[in-house]
Design a protein around this ligand. Structure first.
Ligand SMILES: [Zn+2]
Ligand SMILES: [Zn+2]
Length: 207
């Protein structure tokens, strides 16, 4: 499996490309910005994008979906609960003081326990609300946690539809159930593992 990640945009969201080596089919996660660089990386590996997904509807994760969809013809998906956020991207842009990026029609919605195919591989969707109502994580078994879980921290819950209790429940029920050795690539910042977060993350250690 090919896995490439690159921080994109002003907020340095970790955009990830996962692809099947045999069929060259790819899924792009969180194309928040810098679509030309994402496209260049896809071309470098000779990949065709089957599906574009986002871990949630915040502008730094979804800002480039429309342009990438236009360039690749791929399907675009988001969890339904974050669609209002996506549709109000102009308001999010205003909060950040940036120009609103173009948006596109979403093709279908991500749902909990769904599996998305790319070539002979699959990615599993886990609904992990708390940072936002429609936040999801992806497991391949590498874990793409969006802004739900970070190395040594957890996502903020003071934004639209956030809930601290729900976030902790999501992490416990959907992520900490994974094996300790599972590598986690959060939506921002460095990689970590489920085991390390279980043992050292100040929000998660049992006292
Ligand atoms: Zn976010
Ligand atoms: Zn983010």
């Amino acid at each position: 499996m090919i896995v490439e990640s690159m921080p994109v945009g002003a907020l340095q969201c970790n955009c990830v490309i996962v692809a099947d080596e045999q069929t060259r089919q790819a899924i792009v996660i969180d194309p928040g910005d810098d679509v030309e660089r994402i496209k260049a990386l896809l071309d470098k590996h000779n990949l065709s994008v089957k599906t574009i997904v986002a871990t949630h509807g915040h502008i730094d994760h979804v800002g480039g979906i429309a342009r990438l969809k236009e360039l690749t013809g791929a399907k675009a998906m988001l969890h339904e609960a974050d669609v209002p956020m996506y549709e109000n991207i102009a308001i999010q842009a205003q909060w950040l003081g940036v120009e609103p990026p173009p948006t596109t029609a979403l093709d279908t919605y991500l749902t909990d326990a769904q599996s998305l195919e790319f070539g002979k591989q699959q990615i599993e969707v886990r609904h992990t609300p708390g940072h936002s109502p429609g936040s999801v994580s992806f497991v391949v078994p590498l874990v793409f946690a969006g802004d739900t879980l970070f190395a040594g921290s957890i996502g903020r819950t003071d934004l639209w539809g956030g809930s601290f209790d729900q976030l902790l429940r999501s992490i416990r029920d959907s992520l900490l159930v994974l094996p300790d050795a599972s590598v986690v690539l959060p939506g921002h910042g460095p990689r970590t593992t489920i085991g390390l977060e279980r043992q050292t993350n100040p929000f998660l250690v049992e006292k």
